[in-house]
Design a protein around this ligand. Sequence first.
Ligand code: NAD
Length: 477
Amino acid sequence: MTDYRNLIGGKLVPAADGRTLDSVNPATGEVWARIPASAKPDADAAVQAARKAFPAWSAMPALGRAHFLRKVAEVFAAHADELARLETRDNGRILRDTLRKDLPGMTYLWQLAAGQVLDAVKGDTVILGPDAMGFTRREPYGVAVCIIPWNSPISTFSAKAAYALAAGNTVIVKPAEQASASVLRLGELLADVFPPGVLNIVSGLGEEVGDALVRHSGVNKISLTGSTETGLAITRVAGIKPMTFELGGKSPNIVFPDADLDKAAEGVTVNSVFTGNAGQVCVAGSRILIHRSVWDEMLARITAVSEGIILSDPLDMNTTMGPIVSAGQYERVKSFLEIAEKEGAERVFGGATGAEVVPSMPGGYWVAPTLYATTDNALRICQEEIFGPVAVAIPFETDDEALAISNDSAYGLAAGLWTRDLGRAHRFVRDLQSGTVWVNTFRQMPPGLPFGGVKDSGYGHDAVLEYTREKAAIIQT
Ligand code: NAD
């Protein structure tokens, strides 16, 4: 059993009242660690520490801050194996992804953020006349609270904290209660890297410590990656604080008959909704739109590709799909399997859960890749985010129909299309109501391009300028 602690004011501390939450390995169902169940006193202490650290951190020349960010990149590189295994154990994200993609990617992201510190102090100059000029001054907000979900804790931690710190804010990170271990371990590794209070990490329940943080009058900026419901809950209590919201999705992935169907079959399954985090991916292409002329052929190809998915111990490098993160999320995904059957959707394959899927790990939260088919985009399984390896295939006849079905969603996070027609690609890029559009690829999120949503999928991007505000100055001589 491992006990983790919060990082507040440079010190590793338990929750003020000593309470803890269990952390469960979702592949076995066993408790393996305890994390602080923090509450309002811990939130208050973290805000106080972050406020105290803000004047010196924000006054530091930007290149000085870059020096600290590069040190974080070194910590990621030196502890990549440990952190990847920890995260896989804690949330079930397969080691193939945490070790090969996430950790190298995060080393690079912190280096990139170090290279972007000057953007946070650049402004505009406007000559207003022979003896007057205006200019803008970019300033950090102050204390930034970064709330992250459980599906990729290290990556989401980095995407927020690196840019918020680069811009000169002090930061409080609130990891998700289902999977906080890798972020709390990072707190141990980074405790001596930053001056005390510059980076703070506080774990616990969203409705407890999360709520206390977002309400706090000493907090100046909020960035949430999570569900639309949580985004709404925060707007109700946080007052007029600037917010970045990266929320849920129900992304369409559209296959046209002129596409390379081999690539499309991979692109709508293993690169989209079935592997990665067992479909617990905000951008999962959970609605697969298929042109009627290739409907049967695509369903056969999708079935064949999906049969090759290896569900097993996520720590095994041969495994290509892991479990659902928690008992609560497992129940939610299973309830959608029932909803799909009740709604009359046709099951193309899948539907198995638990020990039936991975007999060698009977306590794990397993759901087999599952595909339903329907012509009715109004069904709940087409409109609601399931956040698991459950997709629905929907046929279409014309481009207009594909567009209408795609945009008939409260969400607008991402979309994919598979076509060789460049004109069609440009039209869809223009007309899809979506934060990102991928053409002949899916789930590529390179740093340097913005990532965010429209409609109920949120607004704003985790990038360095998002963590600054502009002040205008006019000087008359
Ligand atoms: P969630 O909204 O339940 O929790 C996210 C975080 O918010 C957790 O740390 C939680 O403790 C905290 N939280 C919950 N209630 C809160 C409150 N009232 N005040 C303050 N904080 C609160 O989401 P989840 O179940 O952890 O993650 C899944 C969701 O996240 C899905 O909807 C998914 O699409 C979304 N997501 C989005 C992106 C993206 O970049 N758009 C990436 C990953 C996940």
